[in-house]
Design a protein around this ligand. Structure first.
Ligand SMILES: Cc1ncc(COP(=O)(O)O)c(C=O)c1O
Length: 397
């Protein structure tokens, strides 16, 4: 049977498979053939889950906490999440305004399913995380893609939404995957004011909120939780902050009627995320936080080594991103050198000729760039940049 013989639902016709996963699969296939691939593709920390979190999971298993839980997640976990935002941002969400699910991606999908209808227009800033537009499309709604400019540090600006009427929602992601941009506090204020004025929902994905490099750089929409009470949905995940990608724990905070709608969808979908993962997540949020700071410090060092090294390669121009664990260099000149018409071609050439895996900018709505994760060992990062320099030459050489 071929895929042509299967009549799939029409809604899938506009949607593509996650291109970042596609690159991971390609790199994996080459590695399995014995090729030494330096993989700048990963969208996850290269650290292991901290021991205290693993122990909490073992305890939960031993105590037979292996049954169904509340659809929205156990109360202790929802309380721990609400407490995080109360303590950090003075936000007043209670446990009934919190839902947990199988990762941030799943929770964002529950939000999309609960809010978006065919014909709705949803603003997304490019470069964007790959799943934002696809989730919007799966609901029959239209992504309205707005450019966050390279010359402006890829910051999502409220003024660029002024021309767009009748937006159902605005999705923002700070720190941003893939650009590493962080929306400054005054722009958060402007975006909040715009949502308030236009009645659009503001969906803030803060998955990388612990990965920012410098004091006072990051601001959360949680600080507007009272003002935007009826329209703010804050989504986050334990995946990156606690190196827990495989555990599948994400969450959303928002107005109670919306959270109830998300629960309704989840009750007919995954039911809830694993009871063991939930117990581990309570420990992650309530236990010692030193692993978070240690991971951040390590990523800051790697970023500070990687960016100048990339800028020494001919044809690559890389800004220093204030957040996340990605860099998003402009490779337009390097593409011209290799006579590549697209960054997809460019990424393919890097993979096949020097065994360097990157994710082409097309995946994020930004051709001419590639995403490179620095969640890999420093010696691998250096070796990868050396390979790039051998292929492309040194700047001004
Ligand atoms: C911006 C952004 N949001 C959400 C997610 C979802 O992560 P998870 O589903 O593992 O929580 C990711 C993962 O890469 C991401 O980069």
């Amino acid at each position: 049977m071929t895929s042509r013989d299967v009549r799939l639902a029409q809604r899938l016709s506009a949607v593509s498979v996650s291109p970042t996963l596609a690159v991971m699969m390609e790199a994996k296939a080459l590695k399995e053939k014995g090729v030494d691939v330096i993989d700048f593709g990963p969208g996850e920390p290269d650290f292991d889950t901290p021991e205290n979190i693993k122990r909490a999971a073992v305890d939960a298993l031993r105590d037979n906490r292996t049954h169904y839980t509340d659809t929205g997640g156990i109360l202790d976990l929802r309380r721990a999440i609400a407490a995080r935002y109360r303590d950090r941002d003075g936000a007043a969400w209670g446990p009934d305004e919190v839902i947990t699910g199988c990762g941030g991606k799943n929770v964002l999908f529950l939000v999309a399913m609960s809010l978006f209808e065919p014909g709705d227009r949803v603003a997304i800033y490019a470069p964007y995380w790959v799943s934002f537009p696809e989730q919007v499309k799966l609901c029959g709604a239209h992504p309205v893609v707005v450019e966050a400019r390279e010359s402006d540090g890829f910051i999502a600006r409220a003024r660029d939404l002024e021309a767009h009427r009748d937006l159902k929602a605005i999705i923002v992601n700070s720190p941003c995957n893939p650009s590493g941009a962080v929306i400054p506090a005054d722009e958060i204020e402007r975006l909040a004011a715009l949502a308030e004025r236009t009645g659009a929902w503001l969906i803030s994905d803060e998955t990388y909120d612990t990965f920012h490099y410098g004091p006072g750089i990051f601001a959360s929409f949680a600080s507007h939780s009272t003002r935007l009470r009826d329209r703010l949905v804050l989504v986050n995940s334990l995946s990156k902050t606690y190196a827990m990608t495989g555990w599948r724990v994400g969450y959303a905070l928002g107005p109670r009627p919306l959270i109830e709608a998300l629960r309704k969808v989840q009750s007919h979908d995954a039911t809830h995320t694993s009871s063991i993962s939930q117990a581990a997540a309570v420990e992650a949020l309530s236990g010692p936080q030193d692993s978070v700071a240690a991971m951040r410090e390590e990523y800051r060092k790697r970023r500070d080594d990687l960016v100048p090294a990339l800028n020494r390669v001919r044809g690559i121009v890389c800004a220093l991103p204030p957040g996340s664990f990605y860099v998003f260099p402009n490779v337009k000149e390097a593409m011209a050198q290799l006579r590549c018409a697209t960054s997809v071609d460019f990424a393919r050439r890097l993979m096949s000729e020097i065994g360097v895996a990157t994710v082409p900018g097309e995946a994020f709505g930004a051709p001419g760039f590639v995403r490179m994760s620095y969640a890999l060992a420093p010696d691998r990062i250096r070796a990868g940049v050396d390979r790039l320099a051998r292929l492309l030459g040194a700047r001004n050489a």
